[in-house]
Write a protein that binds this ligand. Structure first.
Ligand SMILES: [Mg+2]
Length: 122
């Protein structure tokens, strides 16, 4: 069965682009428009194998989203990849501290993103 990836980003362009890349690799994809929507989708899906999250989003930003996901036992081990335009060291440190496994800065090379995801999915 194909692995299920949740993409959380307020940019429709990014959601579509990342979805396209991952679907082409055979992954099942669900998208969410912000952190709150991301939580709803996460709770609604039977199983999510990996989460890709933006940082700057309305309603609930990526830092809060990641921390909220990590606080729950059920999602303690789900790999989380940040994909953000914010590439400052402080942002990267914060993302990792809040529970992200990997922090990628936009624009990310599709092949790099795919190989990182493959690695995280083991
Ligand atoms: Mg954004």
């Amino acid at each position: 069965m194909s692995k299920h990836i949740l993409i959380v980003d307020d940019s429709k362009t990014i959601r579509n682009l990342v979805s396209f890349i991952l679907k082409k690799e055979g992954y099942k994809v669900t998208t969410a428009e912000d952190g709150l929507d991301g939580l709803e989708k996460l709770y609604a899906c039977e199983h999510i194998d990996l989460i890709i999250s933006d940082i700057n989003m309305p309603h609930m930003d990526g830092f809060t989203f990641i921390r909220t996901v990590r606080e729950q036992d059920a999602y303690r081990d789900v790999p989380i990849v940040v994909l953000s335009t914010e590439g400052q060291e402080q942002d990267i440190k914060k993302g990792i501290k809040f529970g992200a496994n990997l922090y990628m800065v936009k624009p990310a090379q599709p092949q790099q993103m795919v190989s990182n995801i493959r690695m995280l999915l083991g």
